[in-house]
Design a protein around this ligand. Sequence first.
Ligand SMILES: *Cc1c(COP(=O)(O)O)cnc(C)c1O
Length: 376
Amino acid sequence: MSIKVEEPPAEPPLGKQSLEFKNKFFKEASIQDWNNWKWQIHNSITDYKRLEEIFGIKESGHNLPLRITPYYASVVYNSKKLGKTVFPSMNELVHSKGESLDPLHEEHDSPVKCLVHRYPDRVLFLVTNFCSTNCRYCTRSRIINNKEEEKNQLNEWNLAIDYIEQHKEIRDVIISGGDPLTLPDSLLSYLLTSLSEIKHLDMIRIGTKVPIVLPMRINSDLIDILKTVKPLYMSIHCTHSDELTEEVKTACNLLADNGIVMGSQTVLLKEINDEPETMKSLFHGLLKIRIRPYYIYQCDPLLGSAHFKTSVETGINIIENLRGHTSGYAIPHYVIDAPGGGGKIPLLPKYYQGQDEEGNILLRNYEYKNYQYFNN
Ligand SMILES: *Cc1c(COP(=O)(O)O)cnc(C)c1O
């Protein structure tokens, strides 16, 4: 009988796509550098010179801020669709009807800085203004800054934590920003521990794009912090199946193996993911890495976002093409976050067609066949 020798831990995987990209545009970086999330943030593409070198995109007088991690740049480099989500464009200077800087009126529902308390039993906690990769359609671009270092936020956090402690009706806290997973381990640990100690909280959620744009952040030190917080949910921002690389799969499997429940949030974007088949392959890909599709958002009417906007019928048609045609688990809710602070409102194809004189509920199914249900 042979004795099995324990193998040294495998190198974190580096997909072929990112390796080739690294060797082309970040030659001086080692694989260890590339796999280090802090290296990724420090070496992110933030200037137009670099954007032009890699993507051939020129600044054309607007000088809008930008930020893309080298890892995500490697994904965008190999995708026809994703560039538009992160490359600044002149279209952002076009202001259209109904658009504003804070379309969801988050600042109106803010009892203390950092918190948006819109729904009775849950609260949104904006813990940082920094994101590793800036999305051009970001609903919070009004607060996103491009600085890696922030002034000590502990005082503001503590005021928010006090508010949550005093409001016993809150049972769910959504930590967002900016991207909370760009915080250093020590701060994240402080935040999650403080919230975990609040008895009336049933659950904590983290809203993040890190597993998609900076998957190397999901390392064992982070997992050690996250797994002490239970139950922990993660809402992961994703856009297209091109994002589901080997690195992302590894990161998400690690999260799932450690008990973190994952859902996805996807913004419906014109010519990027507005085809039913594109969405379906994204949602099938997410289920394979144990992320449950949670929301499709109609694009928020953010200032300068008209070029991303699809019609509402486009979104309803996507749901129409999913329901009945694939696993119910692959079907998220399609919602409009109502401008002015009305919250998320779901939209569905017309499956419910009203009632007849005898009180029957009139229904139509995914094949456009009609059915009745006797309603007592
Ligand atoms: C989206 C959101 C929530 C969470 O909504 P769910 O439907 O529970 O996911 C909470 N507060 C605010 C302000 C939000 O925008």
